[in-house]
Each structure stands twice: as C-alpha cells, then as structure tokens.
Design a protein around this ligand. Sequence first.
Ligand SMILES: [Zn+2]
Length: 241
Amino acid sequence: MKKKWIIYLLLIVALTIISILIIFIVLKNNRDNNVNLDDTYMLDKKEDTSSEDVSKISESPKYIDNVIIVNKSYPLPRDFVPDNLVSINERVQVTSETYEAFELLQSDAIALGLNIYASSGYRSYDIQNDIYNNYVNLDGQEIADTYSARAGYSEHQTGLAIDLNTIDMSFDGTDESEFVKNNCYKYGFVIRYPKAKEDITGYMYEPWHIRYVGNVLAEKLYNNGDWITFEEYFNIDSKYE
Ligand SMILES: [Zn+2]
C-alpha cells in the first residue's frame, strides 16, 4: 500500500514538471515570434522610407551589349551587390574577373619597376551615400556632383571599378599613371573618365579610376590613345534628372 502511494506521488511530480516545461516552451516561442514580427515590420518601414528618399533609384541595372552601365542617367538598384566579390587586399574588394585582370596589370607594372596598388574597389550603396554626403557638406552639392557620385550612381557599386594609388590629381603624370593610361586596355580596363570629356561623362578627369570591360571593348574604347567614353560609344546621356 505504501509503495503504491510513492508511485502516485512520483507521477504527480513528473506531470507537474512536464506541465511547467510545456508552459515555458510555449511562452518562449510566442516571445520569439513577436521579435520576428517586429524585425519584419522595421525592415518594411525602412524600405518604405528609403524609396521616398531616393525615388529615382532603378529596379534593375541597365545593360547594353551585356555591359553594365552606371552613370548619372543610369543608377543601380539600392540592393545591387555583385555576387562574385573577392579581396585584392584588406580594404579593397572587386569582382573575380576584375581581380584577375588587375593582378596581371599589377605584376607587369612591377616588372617595369612601377608600384600600382588598389586604393578603392567595390562600394555599397550605403557607403557611397556617406562619402557623397561628406563631400556635399564640404563643397556643396554642385561641386560635389562633378567628382563624387550620388548613392546608386557610382560605378564602384558594380565591383568592376578600381581607384588606383593616390586618389587625386597628384597621380596624374606619374610613371604609374602613364603606364595605366597607355596599357590598361591590354588587361581589359578603360580610363572611364578621360581628360576633356567632362561634359560627356559628367565627371572631371580621373586618371586613377579604371573600369573593367574586357579586352575587346577596352581596345575599342582605347582608340589608339584617344579614349572614347561609354557615353559616346553607347550613345547615352550622363545627366541627373
Ligand atoms: Zn573611382
């Protein structure tokens, strides 16, 4: 008789523990679900606000003959991120084809005693937004627009553009700059913003900014040293609306 009571007692204790556990798990699940709902809500809200801020941001990238086009007339979607980014160094990432071409250019330059290095490559929409806004605060929007792209309008977001060495006009006229200007097309790069084409590209001359396009197009745009711009070649504008 005593043994029976002990078994009943143990059963009651076990059932109580199981009940408490079930209540605990149900409560925890509810709390997690609430957190997820809040997160989703925040994301939706963020997307709504951003589309108000930058109403002209496109929904898909512009391609002509399989070449991705980014200039003042053709922005990228905010969430555009190239899917094959690799690191050139600790700070610079580019697409894998850009990386391979750059490695060749760099090693040939080293063989000639030149020091060419990547200072900037892929930049996300948000990073470009910070950079551009800093320049606007510094120089005002009109001047900033001549040398810095608005978020979504930067070729750096494609992962196909590299800024070399010192990113200012002190790079111009150096042996490195001359080598790049005269040889980058052999590796599939173009000088994207050539001298005296400011009105066409919408940007001042940038001897440090190269863009990977592949060897065939690069040689055409090189044009025996008289660079043709994307805008001329593809017959497109580069103007903010
Ligand atoms: Zn650049």
